[in-house]
Design a protein around this ligand. Structure first.
Ligand code: SF4
Length: 415
């Protein structure tokens, strides 16, 4: 009997420097947590990180920890600990797995970076642009660790963004300054903020280039690679090391393009991933699509860390716009238009919508969008049920059957 050939995922060389960069980032946080200096701010993933860095805080992102709990598959064992103290199994599984990790004193940072615990905060800073859960999540630690929790309350479901939206948000950013001055003991320095925002914008440009190179055929990178390589854009924006990292990664991807090397051999079909990744199944999903000669070339999720409005001459307006003109904050009409552009730019054959049970905010299938969009664009889709972290809500068999049906539908259409 012929031995079944196993598809291997092509390694990206820059993964080595990226791991080192992430290790350095966590080592600095660990030392600061132990010694009390520099101070540490916890920030939501699309919170005002630049403002915090301008005060000299090291910035830690609990959502990044949430993703690590998902990809290490520790989440399903830890979520029940949060459920036991009243946090519903139906709310954000980043939140429940992170609180579970805190309660059980068990973190993937120990195995990955030798850290006993997550770095302890001096201040917790949220922006509710993505969901209310982040505020509830930080409020838990505010009570538990007796640390101040401050933030920005952003409106949601926005169509056109008006000057009134922006001026309100600028005001909220500025209102954080006296509190941060008091906590840090440092005077606000507009030049330092400008430098940090500039660095963050350079990071965005590098990250955008990484994602946009996937428009090439074959694409040198998949969505599954991008979910890993987005680490520096998430946790180190505003720090020049992230800018340098994307120069390295882009050089490697350009080399692949020049040599006609695709991330997937014999790339035939090109997919768009809408919604959160299933963190504990990245490898399985990458292998599945590679076996089908299919490349998931683009996603809403990875594109959410492109903040082009940071280029603004006023750093406050830049931050207010960048953190509001996000897909997740916008109306259904805006989202449809966005998808239309992505389908055109990346030459997409089909769309996979991930209905993540515990994140309605990143599940865009629930108000009729997939059917409307398939009808207007002619691009077929599938909706898979699952979750970002809680693998008990995901059926591998069911998802694979659905992926297969979509590939089949597209290949029939192509005949
Ligand atoms: S957007 Fe979704 S995954 Fe992210 S913190 Fe909010 S509920 Fe959790």
């Amino acid at each position: 009997m012929a031995e079944e050939k196993k598809t291997t995922i092509k390694k990206i060389r820059s993964a080595g420097p990226m791991r080192q960069l992430m290790a350095d980032y966590f080592k600095e946080l660990d030392e600061a947590s132990k010694t009390g200096s520099p101070q540490i701010a916890w920030c939501t993933s699309v919170g005002p990180a630049e403002l915090l860095r301008s005060f000299g805080f090291l910035v830690y992102f609990p959502e990044n920890h949430g993703a690590m709990l998902g990809s290490s598959r520790m989440a399903p064992d830890l979520i029940p600990a949060a459920n036991a103290i009243g946090y519903s199994p139906d709310i954000c599984s980043y939140l429940t797995s992170d609180i579970g990790s805190y309660l059980r004193k068990n973190t993937p940072l120990t195995k990955a970076f030798g850290m006993e615990t997550v770095p302890l905060p001096d201040v917790l800073v949220y922006n509710t642009n993505q969901c209310r859960d982040v505020k509830d999540w930080f409020s838990f630690y505010e009570r538990e660790l007796e640390v101040p929790c401050i933030g920005i309350d952003t409106m949601r479901q926005i169509g056109d963004i008006t000057p009134e939206h922006i001026s309100g948000l600028i005001g909220q950013h500025k209102a954080l300054i006296p509190i941060l001055e008091e906590i840090s003991g440092q005077k606000f320095d507009i030049d330092r903020l400008r430098e940090t925002v500039k660095s963050s914008y350079e990071c965005t440009k590098g990250w955008k280039k990484v994602l946009r190179i996937a428009e090439k055929r074959p694409s040198p990178i998949t969505f599954f690679d991008a979910t890993i390589h987005m680490g520096p854009a998430v946790v180190l924006r505003g720090d020049d090391r992230a800018v340098q990292y994307y120069e390295t990664l882009n050089a490697e991807l350009e080399e692949r393009v020049a040599n006609g090397v695709g991330a997937v051999d014999d790339e035939t079909y090109r997919f768009y991933w809408e919604g959160m990744p299933v963190w504990g199944k990245l490898r399985e999903h990458a292998e599945f699509f590679a076996e089908k000669k299919s490349c998931v070339v683009a996603s809403t999720y990875c594109n959410s860390w492109i903040f082009e409005d940071l280029e603004h001459e006023d750093p406050f307006e830049g931050m207010a716009r960048a953190y509001t003109e996000l897909f997740i904050v916008r109306s259904e009409g805006y989202k449809e238009k966005y998808l239309e552009n992505m389908v055109r730019d990346y030459n997409i054959s089909g769309i996979i919508y991930h209905d993540a049970k515990t994140c309605p905010n990143n599940s865009n299938n629930r108000y009729g969008l997939p059917l409307r969009f398939s009808k207007s664009s002619g691009v077929p889709h599938v909706v898979i049920n699952g979750d970002l972290n809680d693998l008990r809500l995901y059926s591998e068999e069911q998802a694979k059957t659905q992926f297969e049906a979509l590939v089949e539908q597209i290949s029939e259409k192509a005949k």
